[in-house]
Design a protein around this ligand. Structure first.
Ligand SMILES: NC(=O)c1ccc[n+]([C@@H]2O[C@H](COP(=O)([O-])OP(=O)(O)OC[C@H]3O[C@@H](n4cnc5c(N)ncnc54)[C@H](OP(=O)(O)O)[C@@H]3O)[C@@H](O)[C@H]2O)c1
Length: 239
């Protein structure tokens, strides 16, 4: 809560992993609208009680943006205090080279959808002088095993820089780059991190750092092991 006020928060990919952990942190104090690809009945037991949920499949970027706007209107919200564009996929190529289909899907879900959604959410964020948070990855600097994923996250980094300057002053724009985190994403991607998984941060620790970074509105922010250990991702603020 900022200034003791309940906030209207949208989290894409809010039914699993990092997005769900963030939603659980905010639940009870803020009004939540979560989105995902799965139907509501599949996630109703998972998401925090009282949060609204909509299906917004990001493999159709423009349609996903329209679905978010519809969801906001259904809530009766005329503004939005926080939009956390978190939904994403990774697809680990077997031979190190992505298939054409995997490239298309990764860029649509991770990047094109975020661009379309940011544009569609602008009027709501502007009205509330809100914060747009993009969820990138430490892989945005390049990763030998997941090239299309790394490219999509580098694209989000560029998008955050562009919107920060374009929207300057009206809406805070930030990108947060998580390091490896214990969610189901790697299994879904077909990637086995093996013993390295033991070094991944817990999803709750990552969500805690992210919540602090969202309140701090700085950009870019990395939520890695090193940042966790030295406290570098904690801003001393909370939502
Ligand atoms: N875990 C990590 O190590 C790590 C590291 C760096 C960055 N990240 C980033 O953090 C974000 C969250 O990842 P996570 O680890 O929490 O992954 P996750 O547990 O696999 O959750 C992914 C979320 O994205 C949603 N999603 C996937 N495809 C979608 C689509 N086509 N349309 C709409 N929603 C879709 C999923 O919804 P459904 O369940 O309904 O499909 C789910 O809510 C991603 O952007 C990821 O790239 C993760």
């Amino acid at each position: 809560m900022i200034g003791g006020k309940s906030r209207r928060i949208l989290i894409t990919g809010g039914n699993a992993g990092i997005g769900l952990a963030l939603a659980k942190r905010f639940a009870g104090r803020h009004q939540l609208l979560l989105s995902g690809r799965k139907p509501h009945e599949d996630v109703a037991e998972l998401i925090p009680a009282g949060s609204a949920y909509i299906v917004a499949d990001q493999s159709q970027p423009e349609a996903s943006a329209s679905a978010l706007v519809e969801g906001i209107r259904e809530q009766g919200w005329d503004g939005l205090d926080n939009a956390v564009l978190n939904a994403g996929i990774g697809l680990a190529p077997k031979s190190g080279i992505d298939t054409t289909e995997a490239i298309r899907q990764t860029l649509d879900v991770n990047l094109a959808a975020a661009i379309a959604q940011a544009r569609a959410l602008y009027p709501f964020l502007e009205k509330s002088r809100g914060t747009l948070t993009l969820v990138g990855s430490v892989a945005h600097k390049g990763s030998a095993t997941i090239p299309a994923y790394a490219a999509s996250k580098a694209g989000l980094h560029g998008l955050a820089r562009a919107l920060r300057s374009e929207w300057g002053g009206q809406i805070a724009v930030q990108i947060i780059h998580p390091g490896p985190t214990k969610t189901d994403m790697h299994d879904k991607a077909g990637y086995d991190p093996g013993r390295m998984r033991a070094l991944f941060l817990s999803v709750d620790d990552v969500a805690k750092m992210m919540a602090s970074a969202i309140a701090g509105r700085r950009s870019p922010v990395t939520t890695s092991w090193v940042r966790f250990l030295n406290g570098g991702s904690f801003t001393g603020r909370g939502l």
